[in-house]
Design a protein around this ligand. Structure first.
Ligand code: ZN
Length: 133
């Protein structure tokens, strides 16, 4: 059955974050889903971290979008190492690893989202019997 979600985003506090994060997917939507997606437009956040380094008990995938490839760049810090991510890009942070991102470049219309994988039971996704990835 098709469900249309309204009244979005839902603001949630997230560990380490300075302000509540707007979520466009939460676990309780559509009768229960194994992912959450939170994030926002980042063009006014250049060199302004939105969070202190923090950990989650589930994996998080950062998703970076910009109107044109390369028009948004973030630095993702994971356990003290820095990784540059350029739009369009995705970076996987395993569960339990301390992380945050800092926007380095972002034209208007650039978005960074965190996709939380609540269905993952290990730090790295494993093939599941009888299912597809
Ligand atoms: Zn996080």
């Amino acid at each position: 059955m098709v469900h249309v979600a309204t009244d979005l985003p839902v603001f949630r506090s997230v560990d380490g974050h300075h302000r509540p994060v707007p979520f466009i997917l939460t676990r309780d939507m559509f009768g229960g889903i194994p992912v959450e997606l939170g994030g926002a437009e980042i063009s006014d956040l250049v060199d302004k971290p939105v969070a202190e380094p923090h950990v989650h008990d589930v994996p998080e995938i950062y998703l970076l979008f910009a109107p044109t490839p390369g028009d948004a760049v973030i630095t993702v810090e994971v356990d003290g190492d820095s990784y540059e991510l350029s739009a369009p890009g995705a970076l996987y942070v395993p569960a339990g690893h301390r992380h945050r991102f800092v926007t380095r470049k972002a034209v208007p219309g650039s978005f960074c989202f965190g996709l939380f994988l609540h269905g993952a039971t290990t730090a790295v996704p494993q093939p599941r019997e009888g299912g597809t990835q």
